[in-house]
Write a protein that binds this ligand. Structure first.
Ligand code: LLP
Length: 453
């Protein structure tokens, strides 16, 4: 089975050209005159105009992915919320796009809620997550009138109840359950196992206890359950196993607490194609497994089918994005490897150093040529582990070339940082032959803004 962090490209020249990389690039990618175009925009010209490093995101791909989720979940059941997980990539333009597509939004901090409010996102379509929402964040959520709070602990439940009573409102909540399923993914992004900081497990009847408490507490409307078993998951059986456990729990809730589960949220986690050998499931396959399994399990237990929610993040934005860098220097160590250094690195893409992730790269101004060498794309930071692509195939690079790393639309900008006081790249959206800034590149003034001397 391919590695969930993205399969390692062969550590030899694979002679593939940009044409062979279409499956990891945005849907609108094209090669024209030896150059990579995205959204009808020549990326080499874009790099010259906008500067590098820069994240480039294709609006059409993001919309298409959201529409696929809506299509293939509601195809099987009438009531499914597609909740975009904002942590994968969030900007005001992105939040507005999610609203335009009629989807819901998962926020997991006061800051993400502030983005949703600032973008004018309909608050009733907001799901709030986090294993330690602060009292201030909870107050912000109640004051904003968010649709659902996914409750992670007893302390939080009591706080939500008290705050709702104080305000004379009733807050809909979901209880986050860890179904004890080990998903096939990297340990750091696996969340559904019993030993997890998230949610309530079944050990010692904790999850049932949480549900009963939610039913009893004033100011709280217990609407249903939430699970999230992990991220970059290839094996759809992991979802099926977890759903089986959750629906069995729904039946117990009915008999022991006497209430129905009106909403079952199965979280996010669908894997994407980072490396050419990766073979993730499609959204169509995922929709069928998740929705049909919930229906079948409910039928088996004699339960009414609840409203459903899915929370995709990565699979909406990852392949919509690329990062463009300029090659600054090339260091060939004979018999060892060639380092191609770019004007970014672990500050704009920490996934390689953090998870051992693998990315496909190409030279955007030589996109029609074969990747005839093996190179390690290194960043500009003061750390040997500052690698973006380790030993991947690449066209022969020269200083000044525009190097494109594919599938960087998820968890790159959102995990970016200012290590070495590096300014973070901006984000541009491309669509219909035009590009526009959606997040400006940081300036030194931005870096110094909060300094108090
Ligand atoms: N819902 C909840 C409650 C989550 O915690 C997450 C992701 C999602 C939905 C969306 O999952 P997705 O569809 O994106 O897999 N930084 C890591 C990924 C961490 C995922 C955190 N939670 C990475 O770069 O791989």
């Amino acid at each position: 089975m391919a590695k969930p962090t993205g399969s390692r490209p062969s550590a030899v020249p694979d002679m593939r050209t940009g044409h062979d990389l279409m499956s990891v690039l945005p849907l609108t990618a094209q090669i024209k005159d030896d150059r990579l175009w995205i959204g009808g925009v020549d990326t080499v010209e874009l790099a010259a105009e906008a500067g590098t490093a820069v994240y480039v995101m294709d609006e059409a791909t993001i919309r298409e992915q959201l529409q696929e989720y809506v299509k293939w979940t509601t195809y099987h059941w009438k009531d499914v919320d597609v909740v975009y997980a904002g942590k994968a990539f969030m900007s005001l333009a992105m939040v507005k796009l999610v609203a335009e597509e009629g989807c819901c939004l998962d926020v997991s901090s006061g800051g993400e809620l502030a983005y949703a409010r600032s973008a004018g996102f309909p608050m009733e379509r907001v799901y709030v997550h986090g294993n330690n929402k602060t009292p201030e964040e909870l107050a912000e959520c109640l004051d904003a009138g968010v649709g659902r709070i996914v409750v992670d602990s007893f302390e939080e439940m009591d706080r939500v109840s008290a705050m709702a009573v104080e305000r004379g409102v009733v807050q809909r909540v979901l209880i986050r359950v860890t179904p004890g399923i080990t998903a096939d993914t990297h340990d750091y992004i696996m969340t559904g196992a019993e030993d997890s900081k998230f949610g309530f497990g079944f050990n010692q009847g904790l999850a049932m206890h949480a549900v009963k408490r939610a039913v009893e507490l004033p100011g709280i409307d217990f609407e249903g359950l939430h699970m999230h078993i992990g991220s970059q998951i290839f094996a759809l059986q992991s979802f099926a196993k977890a759903i089986e456990v959750m629906v069995a729990f729904m039946r117990e809730i009915k008999s022991e607490a006497g209430v129905p589960v009106r909403l079952l949220d199965t979280g996010g986690g669908l894997g994407i194609k980072y490396g050419l050998p990766d073979e993730p499931s499609t959204i169509k396959e995922y929709g069928k497994v998740v929705v049909d399994d919930i229906k079948e399990e409910c039928e088996k237990h004699g339960l009414p089918v609840p409203r459903m929610a899915v929370e995709p993040g990565r699979s909406v934005v990852a392949n919509a994005g690329v990062t463009l860098y300029t090659v600054g220097s090339i260091k060939e160590i004979p018999g060892i490897r060639t380092y191609v250094a770019v004007d970014g690195g672990m500050s704009d893409n920490i996934r390689t150093s953090l998870y051992g992730a693998h990315y496909e790269a190409l030279i955007a101004n030589k996109a029609d040529r074969p990747r005839e060498m093996t190179a390690t794309v290194a960043g500009k930071h003061c750390e040997s582990g500052d690698i973006v692509v380790s030993d991947g195939p690449l066209q022969c690079p020269e200083v000044g070339d525009i190097l494109c790393v594919c599938a960087t639309g998820a968890y790159c900008q959102s995990l970016s940082n200012n290590y070495n006081k590096q300014v973070r790249p901006g984000v541009v959206f491309v669509a219909d032959g035009k590009w526009r800034w959606v997040v400006r590149r940081e300036s030194y003034e931005d870096l110094l803004r909060n300094e108090c001397g």
